[in-house]
Design a protein around this ligand. Structure first.
Ligand code: ATP
Ligand code: LTN
Length: 336
């Protein structure tokens, strides 16, 4: 009990907006698993973030449960981690509103993800896309989070969460812990297999651009073989070889080695041989996870118990922070 209380806190989340890719796994989930021993961890399924773009309700519902099963299948122990759905803890939306009232249009409209996603939406851009990072800041600040493990694409959003925390603390008095990002040494930015200058994304229209966590070994191999490589030859890690460098990153992250060590291992090898090795390394990681996820999904009662207990625990801590922030802003205080 004593140890539990002195542990630092981690919060992170993934949107159930599609089937996860190996980018999500290597950039985020895998690090979460490593961190679970040392920290007090909250790993959320951020379903309210997913609805910032239109979702098919029946598909979303299914994906939420699949994502929880995937968290566990990847190695998150339900005994050690608090796992729950964001929409089950209303303090997320409520603190999001308080922070919205302290956020500036200018800083929100400068967010790269907003610019990218709104460009795809044409004329009717949902307001949720603009305020999305404020909700993310609320997620994090509710738990007095010290560390947020994320892929490097989320760095800008985390910077905003820090700015909002500092601004709030300066105006209303010390309320929130200012969080730090945790970005892994390898796998922090896995690129598209088809356009290696673009991030691998689960919402890419081209299925050959990503490897999904549920792709069977033969599909993994097929997609790897189709991956765009660069002119010339040689397994060389260099900015002018974005295709092969991405494959080196994937292999290095799967095997826990450095890009330099990969170059050495494949010295003199051709692209074909290397792509096969990368495909095998990825499939070796995915196959056991897929089996475990399938088993877990056959026991809905077990999953329900985990997300219900997770939300109960998260709600308790989250409400305390929310009520403190409300009080600081001058809303009528209530008994804790
Ligand atoms: P979408 O494409 O639907 O916007 P996404 O694939 O970016 O979503 P998120 O749910 O937004 O997925 O991200 C979950 C976590 O995975 C975040 O920490 C994010 O930084 C990380 N992540 C996403 N894509 C990659 C990638 N290509 N490489 C490394 N990390 C990634
Ligand atoms: N915005 C993130 C998902 C996300 C998140 C969070 C990550 C929502 N809330 C809190 C870390 C902490 C994304 O798009 N990847």
């Amino acid at each position: 009990m004593q140890i539990q209380e002195t542990k630092k806190t981690i919060f992170s989340g993934i949107q159930p907006s599609g089937i996860l890719t190996i980018g999500n796994y290597l950039g985020a989930l895998r690090n979460w698993v490593q961190l679970q021993e040392e920290y007090n961890t909250y790993y959320c399924i951020v379903d309210m973030h997913a609805i910032t773009v239109r979702q098919d309700p029946s598909v979303l519902k299914k994906r939420c449960l699949e994502l929880l099963a995937l968290y566990i299948a990847c190695g998150l122990d339900p005994e050690k981690n608090t796992m729950y759905f964001q929409s089950h803890v209303s303090a997320h939306a409520e603190l999001g509103w308080l922070l919205n009232c302290n956020a500036y249009m200018g800083e929100l409209s400068r967010m790269t993800q907003f610019k990218d996603k709104s460009a795809k939406q044409g004329n009717n851009i949902g307001a949720g896309l603009l305020t999305y990072p404020v909700l993310m800041a609320a997620d994090i600040l509710l738990f007095n989070t010290d560390l947020v493990p994320i892929g490097s694409d989320q760095k800008q959003h985390l910077e905003l969460a820090r700015d909002l925390a500092e601004r709030f603390n300066n105006v209303y008095g010390q309320t929130f812990t200012v969080p730090e990002p945790y970005i892994g040494k390898s796998g922090a930015r896995i690129m598209s297999l088809q356009e290696p200058n673009k991030k691998m994304s689960k919402s890419d229209e081209n299925v050959n651009a990503f490897i999904s966590m549920v792709d069977p070994a033969d599909v993994v191999m097929k997609k790897m073989k189709r991956a765009v490589t660069d002119s010339g030859s040689g397994i060389i890690y260099s900015p002018d070889k974005p295709g092969i460098s991405n494959l080196i990153d994937i292999y290095a992250s799967c095997k826990g080695v450095t890009p330099k060590e990969v170059e050495k291992e494949f010295e003199g090898a051709g692209y074909g041989t290397f792509k096969e090795a990368v495909g095998t390394a990825v499939a070796e990681i995915l196959t056991p996870i897929q089996q475990k996820q399938k088993e877990l999904l056959s026991d809905k009662a077990y999953l329900e118990k985990i997300f219900t207990e997770g939300a109960d625990k998260a709600r308790y801590t989250a409400n305390r922070t929310l009520w403190k922030a409300q009080k600081r802003m001058g809303l009528a205080p209530r008994k804790l």
